[in-house]
Design a protein. Structure first.
Length: 696
């Protein structure tokens, strides 16, 4: 009969054997050891456990001691790693010297196979080396000199360009402080600038190894590389630029009246901007600004007053743009602004342009108070967007000019884009946004409710509904949320809309308290990340719960997964506070975001909603099927309700049941309807379900 310890040793996945230290004979080997190395009992350990080994192994810790193993005291132990020469597997060994039953001194050796861990470790090291090699190739391919500093601003890496700019070797630069490369004239300025994590482009003077000073254009940014904070400083030798600036000044490339760059300098600066935009895959924009009815001022009040207006207009335009943008006067009442937008998403770039352009229009509309006269002006603006530009500067100017005239023809005091399709889209979007705001203010929005089901005890029962907002447009009819929710998010209208929805839902929960069936139902509500991030969100929730006197456990808030990667500590605290109000929480569109699953163990979440994009192809796409099954498994392990949304067919429903899913929502069970049309009794779906659907 085996003892309990022998049973354990014989069934462990570790190899276990015992060696007589007097002759290295194997006195005991467990089942795993024999499976790995064959019959080793009563044989010399190094001959049977290693390949072509005729003497005690020099990598064994016992052989690395300066004394006879037999003299070592009982209890002596070692931990070490070794790659076996027979099967090439890596083992983590734990050795311990003890006394055998007959008094002999033996070594008990336990080995855990860590081959897979070693392979992963090597893969990680290879990826790290590949990343570093790629990183070095990238930084050496730039036209700027790059210096990488540690968090204390000491140089740890340079690209190939930086030593050439500063006259050092790469090795000489390593270990120097950032200020060691800065000329005395710029020292105080740089001390302040380097405190910023992300600097705007600025100019300074640097000093070479030989003591010569030269002008540079700098920009620095703090980054995290391999979990270490570093500072990357990009340097462009501005010597040539400065020389060109002197030449331009000599040639009087500035407008005498407004001191803005004139047409010639505009082209020079715009040419450089276009190259940067192309290199960085950003967007740029040219704004052609023309004052409406400016001639009337000149004709009625004289050119002196007109000049004052132009000078003031130049100041107002400059106040609306960044210092790095270009503002120019072409002549007369024509101005040009060139915007460099650090964005490669066209929609975001257009949104930024719209904000700046509206600022300019607003500033120009403000009264001009000159010599006791109150002048009121407007402007017409034409815009051309460029990216990877194939048009000449003259063509871009022409396009912007054409768009400007389009603004004048359409009533002035507005802006137009050269691209007709983009302009049409922007105008339609602006109109839709205005109508949306008016509808929210008038409370023209209404809610549909889609039932949610639980399969339990061979029955489907309604456990709640999801509130889904609808917009009944006067001309277009009911507009899908897909066509206005993103607009509401973008413009901020989602905040008042979200409050409107919460009020309607709480009113409904209060009303249902008197309904014998619906009083058991909960209502789920989508919460926008903009709504969630508002500082007063929690206070408004408390206020509404108190106002409507609802049972807060019947209200479930659905948060998007991507929200969880934003400002994590703040999110954690706010979710904890929401839990304190008695509300439950759901993660909507689970699996579509990029957040770590680690949040599941930190947040008090009640539900995961499997996005319908995974459910749609669950029968035909093995990847989607595997993903859904994994999500259900994850949810179950965290004791969360896992609800599949977008279930449209009986086959999808049965497949999900098979996978262990118990909560469902989708057209197969019921489309979203107004509250009054929610049936108290739901019958067999398409007469094909084997289980009866009940209400409670």
């Amino acid at each position: 009969m085996f003892s309990e310890m022998e049973i354990v040793l014989e069934n462990t996945k570790a190899i276990v054997y015992i060696i007589d230290l007097s002759n290295y004979e194997v006195l005991y080997a467990n089942k795993k050891c024999i499976e790995e190395f064959g019959e080793v009992l009563n044989k010399t350990c190094y001959t049977v456990l290693q390949k072509d080994q005729n003497s005690p192994c020099n990598f064994c810790p016992l052989q690395q001691q300066n004394e006879n193993p037999l003299t070592l005291p009982n209890g002596t132990s070692y931990e070490w790693e070794n790659r076996n020469s027979i099967n090439n597997n890596y083992y983590l060994f734990t050795d311990k010297i003890t006394q055998w039953s007959d008094g002999r001194k033996v070594k008990v050796q336990i080995g855990i196979d860590i081959t897979r861990q070693k392979q992963l470790e090597q893969e990680v090291l290879k990826e790290k080396d590949d990343f570093i090699n790629t990183f070095e190739i990238l930084i050496d391919s730039t036209i700027e000199g790059l210096i990488i500093y540690d968090e204390n601003k000491y140089c740890i890496k340079v690209n190939a360009v930086a030593p050439k700019l500063l006259g050092y070797t790469s090795e000489e630069m390593i270990g120097k402080h950032a200020l060691d490369f800065i000329a005395p004239s710029s020292q105080e300025f740089i001390k302040k600038v380097i405190l910023n994590n992300n600097q705007e482009i600025y100019e300074a003077e640097m000093i070479r190894k030989d003591g010569s000073i030269f002008p540079v254009i700098l920009r620095g940014r703090d980054l995290f590389l391999l979990d270490k904070k570093i500072r990357v400083s990009a340097i462009i030798d501005a010597s040539d630029i400065k020389e060109k600036e002197k030449e331009i000044l000599k040639l009087a490339q500035y407008d005498n009246l407004t001191s803005l760059p004139n047409r010639l300098l505009l082209k020079e600066l715009l040419s450089m901007m276009i190259k940067r935009v192309e290199r960085n895959d950003y967007f740029g924009a040219l704004l052609f600004i023309d004052l409406d009815h400016f001639k009337t001022i000149n004709d009625s009040k004289g050119h002196d007053i007109g000049d004052f207006v132009l000078i003031e207009t130049a100041k107002r335009i400059q106040s609306c743009v960044r210092q790095s943008d270009i503002t120019s006067r072409l002549g007369g009442d024509e101005f040009v602004v060139a915007l460099e937008i650090e964005e490669n998403n066209q929609n975001l770039a257009v949104n930024y342009i719209n904000i700046i352009t509206n600022k300019i229009l607003k500033e120009i509309r403000k009264p001009y108070l000159i010599n006791n006269f109150d002048f009121r002006l407007t402007a017409s603006i034409g815009i051309v967007l460029f990216n990877n530009n194939y048009n000449s500067i003259d063509e871009l100017m022409k396009f912007a000019d054409v768009a400007m005239y389009s603004s004048k023809e359409n009533g002035k005091n507005r802006f137009s884009y050269f691209d007709p399709l983009l302009q049409q889209k922007i105008e339609q979007k602006a109109i839709l946004n205005q109508e949306l705001q008016e509808s929210i203010e008038k409370k023209d929005m209404f809610l549909h409710y889609q039932p949610q089901f639980l399969f339990e005890n061979n029955q489907l029962k309604i456990i709640g509904v999801e509130a889904l907002v609808r917009w009944n447009h006067l001309k277009k009819g009911v507009i899908s949320p897909a066509d206005f929710i993103s607009l509401a998010e973008e413009t901020g209208s989602i905040i008042p809309l979200g409050i409107l929805i919460l009020k309607e839902v709480m009113q409904k929960l209060k009303e249902w308290e008197k309904d014998s069936i619906k009083k058991e139902w909960r209502i789920s509500v989508n919460i926008s990340y903009k709504q969630f991030e508002k500082e007063d969100f929690l206070e408004k929730l408390k206020f509404l719960i108190k106002k409507y006197q609802i049972n807060s456990s019947k209200l479930r808030l659905e948060l998007t997964e991507n929200l969880l990667i934003k400002n994590t500590q703040t999110v954690l605290k706010k979710i904890k506070d929401i839990n304190g109000l008695g509300l439950s929480l759901s993660i909507d569109d689970f699996g579509t975001g990029y957040s770590s699953l680690a949040y599941l163990k930190h947040l008090s979440i009640d539900e995961l909603k499997i996005d319908q994009s995974f459910v749609r192809d669950i029968l035909h796409d093995s990847n989607d099927s595997a993903i859904v099954e994994a999500m259900i498994s994850i949810g179950n392990k965290f004791n969360l309700e896992v609800i599949a949304e977008g279930v449209e067919t009986k086959e999808q429903y049965e497949k999900l049941l098979e996978m262990g899913c118990c909560y469902f929502q989708g057209y197969f069970f019921g489309k979203p309807v107004i509250a009054d049309l929610l049936q108290k009794n739901i019958f067999l779906v398409n007469n094909n379900l084997s289980a009866t659907i009940v209400t409670q």
